[in-house]
Design a protein around this ligand. Structure first.
Ligand code: URP
Ligand code: ZN
Ligand code: ZN
Length: 488
């Protein structure tokens, strides 16, 4: 007898689609088979049984460098994620200048503990890589299971320079951590923005031309070059251009430890949304910005071809009021409006509807992009698949259920969704974390605090050769720089 059996469903993993019951005991998957019996059961006949989603890029209870707080905390953010098919999420813990890393992680622990309904971890944002941070605090963060570090190449109060970037890549490599980067050229953006504002072009629509595709591709090229120099793993987050995607693809094909992520908004929205009347366009401001239809098509191709390992929401919720987007007044310039948009509850329904149901990606690709790849990259070794011994993190999808998107159905703290009125086909009807139903029948079934912190493992780079730059090879460069693994 199992605690719970999911009966009669069609199991979908990143590898296979097959019919089986799932026996769950003690929060783990204990058996896959037929005719399993349990103390409790769920009839999944006609449904798809998938790994519970892992939302790997979201901003929850996070202050921006200028002090604005996201609208969602760990309670509302996790609830919205769960209603959207996620069993686990990995928001950011943001170090700001002058803060220590340990202090930052303690702060986020206090924000998440007792609040989340699903399991969680954090990516650390490193904005102040002091000697102490590099030598003591990053290794200590890694030891407590924070195994990914994000850096910014833009935003005045967050950005690091190339030398600091190399330091962080090197520490990450020594520890087995993954560095993530927001890659946009800061100088290009500031230079164009200043000219636009001076010419009186302050409306939200000018956000897009102030962040040209070239600003992204230049920064991605530089970021990849820095990672190659020290042979470190690097994930380029929220890639928004074909040029950027091609750089990621090329680096991967050449055997480098380079990974890419794109986000829902770049597949489904365009810069025309920034052109809505009045300040409405502010709702669609994010960085990198929305592009055009040709870009959407190119990014779909890259998603299909495997350029992107991760597909995220980049949920960065700022309300359309003076607590968020309009904090600097109703006529604020595009430079003063918080960047980011909500979407944690729609990442997977949109991908299922427009990806699987529209025939653009397979169910296996959906499983990989929704959960399995993130689990592997981010060291969530008990999550992201349906196999014996794994956490029973499961999302049961009705592939036929059709929903019209409303703000209320997002269950977040937001007053808008960029996808208001969209119709999606395919819906996660039951979502569980470690065998506990979190959402079922349109209702929340778990208490805040059910979700547990997950200490993550090192990144698995099996099969990726990587390349050390010749300049750093002690055999060819007279030991000018001795890499750690070559020390006697
Ligand atoms: O505009 C965005 N994406 N805001 C969130 C912060 C970030 O850069 O990921
Ligand atoms: Zn970013
Ligand atoms: Zn982000």
């Amino acid at each position: 007898m199992f605690d719970l059996v999911i009966k009669g469903g069609t199991i979908v993993t990143a590898a296979d689609t097959y019919r089986a019951d799932i026996g769950i005991t003690g929060g783990s998957i204990a058996a896959l088979g037929t005719g399993l019996e349990g103390n409790d059961s769920i009839d999944a006949t006609g449904k798809l049984v998938l790994p519970g989603g892992i939302e790997a890029h979201c901003h929850i209870a996070q202050e921006s460098a200028t002090g604005g707080m996201t609208a969602d905390d760990y309670r509302s953010g996790s609830i919205s994620a769960a209603f959207g098919g996620n069993s686990c999420f990995v928001p950011f813990a943001a170090q700001h200048r002058g803060m220590g890393v340990t202090e930052t992680l303690d702060l986020y622990d206090s924000r998440a503990e007792g609040a989340s309904v699903i399991d969680y971890g954090y990516h650390l944002i490193v904005a102040d890589p002091t000697e102490k941070v590099l030598t003591e605090e990053l290794p200590a963060a890694f030891a407590r299971g924070v195994t990914s570090f994000k850096v910014f190449m833009t935003y005045d109060l967050m950005k690091i320079d190339d030398r600091q970037f190399l330091d962080i890549l090197t520490v990450a490599k020594e520890n087995g951590a993954l560095t993530m980067v927001h890659a946009e050229n800061s100088g290009m953006i500031a230079w164009i923005s200043d000219r636009l504002v001076k010419a009186g072009h302050t409306q939200p629509r000018y956000h897009a031309p102030s962040h040209p595709a070239l600003a992204e591709s230049e920064a991605i090229n530089r970021a990849i070059s820095l990672a190659k120099l020290v042979d470190a793993a690097l994930l380029i987050v929220h890639v928004s251009t074909p040029e950027g995607a091609a750089l990621v693809q090329g680096a991967r094909l050449a055997g480098n430890k380079i990974f890419g992520e794109t986000c829902a908004q770049y597949l489904f929205l365009t810069r025309d949304d920034l052109d809505r009347p009045g300040m409405e366009g502010a709702k669609f401001m994010c960085s990198p910005p929305l592009r055009d239809v040709a870009t959407q098509e190119a990014l779909w191709r890259h998603l299909q071809a495997g350029t992107f390992s991760v597909f995220s929401s980049d949920h960065a919720p700022y309300r359309f009021d003076d607590s968020g987007k309009l904090a600097k007044g109703p006529d604020a310039s595009f430079k003063q409006i918080a960047n980011g948009m909500p979407g944690i509850g729609l990442r997977l329904p949109l991908l299922f509807s427009e990806g699987v149901n529209a025939g653009r990606i397979t169910l296996q690709q959906f499983a990989a992009l929704s959960a399995s790849n993130a689990a592997k990259l981010y060291g969530l070794t008990k999550k992201g698949s349906i196999a014996i011994g794994m956490d029973a993190d499961i999302a049961i999808w009705d592939p036929e259920e059709t929903r019209k998107v409303t703000v209320e159905d997002q269950h977040d703290n937001m007053d808008y969704t960029p996808f208001d009125g969209w119709t999606v086909k395919g819906w996660p009807v039951t979502v569980m974390t470690r065998g506990q139903r979190i959402v079922e029948g349109g209702e929340l079934k778990a208490e805040p605090g059910y979700g547990q912190y997950v200490a993550r493992e090192r990144i698995d780079l099996t099969g990726i050769p990587g390349h050390r730059a010749v300049e750093l090879d002690p055999d060819t460069n007279f030991g000018a720089r001795i890499m750690p693994e070559t020390k006697a």
